[in-house]
Design a binder for this molecule. Sequence first.
Ligand code: FAD
Ligand code: SF4
Ligand code: SF4
Ligand code: SF4
Ligand code: SF4
Length: 413
Amino acid sequence: MTTKGDMVYAWAGDADILKRGECGGAVTALLKYALENKLVDAVLAVKKGQDLYDAVPTLVTDPEKIVECAGSLHCGTLLLPKIFKEDFNGGRDMKIAVTLKGCDAKAMYELAKRNQVSLDNFIMIGLNCGGTVSPMTARRMITEKYGVDPGSVIKEEIDKGQFIIEYEGGEKGISIDELEEEGFGRRANCQRCKTKIPRQCDIACGNWGVIGDKAGKATFIEICSEKGANLVSGAEKAGAISTSAPDPKGLAIRDKVEGAMLKLADKCREKQFSKLGEGTERLKFLMDETSKCIKCYQCIEACPICYCKECSTKKPYLVPRGQIPPPFMFHLIRYSHIADSCINCGQCEERCAMDIPNSLFMHAIQLEMQEMFGYEPGVNLDLPVLALVEEPAERKRLNDTGDDQIFNIFGQA
Ligand code: FAD
Ligand code: SF4
Ligand code: SF4
Ligand code: SF4
Ligand code: SF4
């Protein structure tokens, strides 16, 4: 019997899942158990598509098909929660279990605050996350740094500070530090990320802290809610997973690795933010960079905080039509609407056709607002700064008018 706060090593009872899982298949076994026992109607997991640079979100309702999603894809830079908002009515009509990295978990919370997803209907299976590599960078990095055809790579993993590839003809690892010095490695936002163990989820799963004969063959699960405790206890009782107490040395190692990752993120923040400068120098940097914008709206489409059906950037009285690049107001609208709640997921940068470092700007502004107002997005269900000022009046206006635009500080058309 497990309870909130417990930590266990866990691995799958089923031999096939044990073999195909990244670290003993506990996550796959839990997802299968949840489906088989009707704790959920569906699972949203991530499956390898054409190749390992192609991570595909996949809705699974047949428990036998869950094993097809086993394994970790580090070159998949997806953010899953907006799919629930857009394609699944915020999860209001079905119960769903989903695997979530730290940024996914934070996006779930921010969407829940805006009534765009219903957290009660989700089982949130958190995955510890050291970072992801964008598919384009991964291909270039493997060609140039590893001297290997990216098409011949069978498996990739991030272990002990190295990005390791297994390919037809051998295995090669290069330290992440070296890769990042040369502009390869994890995405810039991942380098800045400090949500390495997503404790906002019902359970947080990873390989850190698994040592001895279980290393690589079990997952370390931290149980973060009663829902998570019930899932793990039920699955163990049914034989879907086995568990053991973690090695005390493993616990200490996990703490140490997490601490080292957080320190590294601080160093990366310092280095990346110093490029932005301060005051008018920063404004000039932002204006120069955004002058490349082709107004493709991808940053808005991808952002989990941008949820409005009617976007202010499309109102001609705010952003006149037919101008490329759009006036700086286009970007100012996003900064003013989102900055307090940016979760540094990197999607607005990843999807930008013009390589504008949108996430860098937004994250920098968010951290400054956090320092001023104390609001940290994505960690709990506290409302954002702007909501503290405007939420009650805004909610009333939304209800009275049927408008969907919260924080409409610019008034009506
Ligand atoms: P499996 O049974 O193999 O199931 C894995 C599940 O993860 C599958 O259901 C699959 O759908 C899902 N998944 C795969 N890729 C993604 C993705 N990109 N986004 C969302 N879901 C995905 N653990 C650490 O302790 N330290 C780390 O630094 C670390 N970094 C990670 C980085 C990434 C990008 C990912 C996906 C995982 C990372 N993990 C890390 C977690 C670890 O790799 C294992 O996923 C975890 O131990 C569970 O192993 P398992 O055998 O139980 O999972
Ligand atoms: Fe992982 Fe954080 Fe990057 Fe998200 S932002 S992929 S949680 S390192
Ligand atoms: Fe993610 Fe960019 Fe939106 Fe921030 S602004 S939450 S980094 S998409
Ligand atoms: Fe994003 Fe603001 Fe547009 Fe809403 S109105 S989608 S918050 S930019
Ligand atoms: Fe402009 Fe890039 Fe946003 Fe497209 S994704 S609208 S190019 S900033």
